[in-house]
Design a binder for this molecule. Sequence first.
Ligand SMILES: *[C@@H]1O[C@H](CO)[C@@H](O)[C@H](O)[C@H]1NC(C)=O
Ligand SMILES: *[C@@H]1O[C@H](CO)[C@@H](O)[C@H](O)[C@H]1NC(C)=O
Ligand SMILES: *[C@@H]1O[C@H](CO)[C@@H](O)[C@H](O)[C@H]1NC(C)=O
Ligand SMILES: *[C@@H]1O[C@H](CO)[C@@H](O)[C@H](O)[C@H]1NC(C)=O
Length: 308
Amino acid sequence: MLFYRLLPLLASTVAVLAARYPSFGTLQTQTSNGVMHVVINNTFSEINVLDYHLAFDLANLLERLQGNGTDSDVHAVVFSSANPKFFIAHVDINLFVTGFESPLPKFDPFNPDILFFDALMWNITTLPQATIAVIEGRARGIGNEFLMACDMRFALSSPNVLLSQTENSVGANPGAGGAMYLSNLIGHGRTFEYVLSATDVNADTAAQIGWVNRVFDTPHELHDYVDNLAARIALFPLPGIAGTKQGVNAISRPPRDVFVRDSQDVIISVTSTAEGQELLDAVLKATNNQSLGAFELDWPTEVVKLYQ
Ligand SMILES: *[C@@H]1O[C@H](CO)[C@@H](O)[C@H](O)[C@H]1NC(C)=O
Ligand SMILES: *[C@@H]1O[C@H](CO)[C@@H](O)[C@H](O)[C@H]1NC(C)=O
Ligand SMILES: *[C@@H]1O[C@H](CO)[C@@H](O)[C@H](O)[C@H]1NC(C)=O
Ligand SMILES: *[C@@H]1O[C@H](CO)[C@@H](O)[C@H](O)[C@H]1NC(C)=O
């Protein structure tokens, strides 16, 4: 909780630092003609885990994108990953292990009713800008929740693109609206099929069932399509983009109180039990503390071995 204690100090120097949280350089951004490209490059993790480094950098980025409201110079944001095998593997499981010392505050210090990670996911949906995810690698758990918090998703047809909500395989629920967003995208029955079994969907099937908008055969075609789309959206005034998002979110996003309880009531309580802690320990051991290896590459197959 080191940085949390430093927050009052940081807040008072906000004008100088222009960011609420320490920076770790896990996001590379480049803006031109109203489009910001954000490359997720968590060099603290072999698998682009969403840990405190990436969480703090995301919070700073969101603050920057929110800062000017609908006067922002940025009209569209394109998220991609520098890691060829992972978009975002999942949340840093260490954060849920009792006794793990993390600088990340559990709750958003500026909105203490919501968990920090949930606030990040929620705040992506409230950005005035259009948000697009370019998927060339695995996104499981909060990685998939990140994708669904974006307005649009485009994927590469590649064996590296595997999406899932893995939480049931460690005794939890998706949280952060994971299952709720998914049921809007792919329907009630398919959501239960994928979420309860904690299995991956590949890019082609994801496009067929609406989990992603479209799939492309080559990285060139994928990036070309998304860049043209983002450039076109960015031509148009931001208040119209923000207003459209507000309208769509009003009917397709879970209400904030439901979203908040989705994580707090289940994940926190099940991961706090002895059985929950045992499962998380087993996963950390089997993944060699979230290293690049068989488990992280093929979670659905490997996780079953924990139950045999
Ligand atoms: C989310 O947005 C709210 C409203 O702007 C802000 O107060 C809060 O600090 C943000 N939290 C994170 C984690 O981005
Ligand atoms: C917000 O406005 C400031 C001052 O005009 C400008 O320097 C900055 O680039 C703007 N940021 C965004 C994301 O629009
Ligand atoms: C990711 O960051 C590292 C360290 O800063 C850098 O060497 C590498 O080139 C970056 N990767 C990409 C694809 O930008
Ligand atoms: C696992 O990795 C994290 C960094 O991601 C580190 O802080 C922690 O100490 C490691 N745990 C073990 C048991 O090595």
